[in-house]
Design a protein around this ligand. Sequence first.
Ligand SMILES: [Fe+2]
Ligand SMILES: [Fe+2]
Length: 265
Amino acid sequence: MSGIALRNPIFTRVKQLSSEVPECEYDQNLSSLEKTFVYALSPEVSKKINSHTRHGSNEKEMTDIITLGTSIFDKGTAEHMVRVGVLASEIAIKYGLSEKTAGNLEYAATLHDVGKLITPKPILNSEERINSESSGPLRDHPANGYLLLEFHPDLKYAANIALTHHERWDGKGYPRKLKGELIPLPGRIVSAADVFDALLTDRSYRKARTIKETQAIMNYDQKGKFDPEILDILFDNLDHMVGVQRYSRKYAIDKLESLKTMYLG
Ligand SMILES: [Fe+2]
Ligand SMILES: [Fe+2]
């Protein structure tokens, strides 16, 4: 574990979180940060991760368990993550990607905000968040998500999506200010799905935007943020995409419930 401690700047926060869970015992055999991290947040979930890893798990199982771990920390973030996975896969289909690629994207996109796990909870749920998405502590979440996921060989695709989903088409995003097609396509798709879902959802600090407002914000207020081709796909299929977002609300709640039953009994 010393390698992780040396390599990973978020380890301090992980240790701090673990000290807030008194029954947490570190398993010295843990070899990846994502196990350590979820372990710190939920000993129950981490034990499942550990046993699944030992018995050979695939990226879908790992994604499900990490999503479940996230939901224990912050239900709203976990539900959003699942919805964005569904929306991203739908955009991918409309973009012309194969069903298989879209299915893989759904799982990988689900983990896009996992770096928020180390954001202090009062910030996640406060008005401060409004101004902190691009300038405050939340600005670190793409890189933190990447650091969290890259340790698992099956989650490298998801790690890259986490890292790139706040880049902007005009090069003014973060953390690397990538521009245009230098931003990998999955990151560009998730960027649009992410904002579309966030705007159509009630937050603790504001009500959901209307469909018209969402369209205006993404096309005008946030002009330059998104790949124009993906924006066209989203709004040329607006009724369908709004339907998918609505469907995904119940789907996310049901999915998290069933994961809870499946893994935690
Ligand atoms: Fe994000
Ligand atoms: Fe997000």
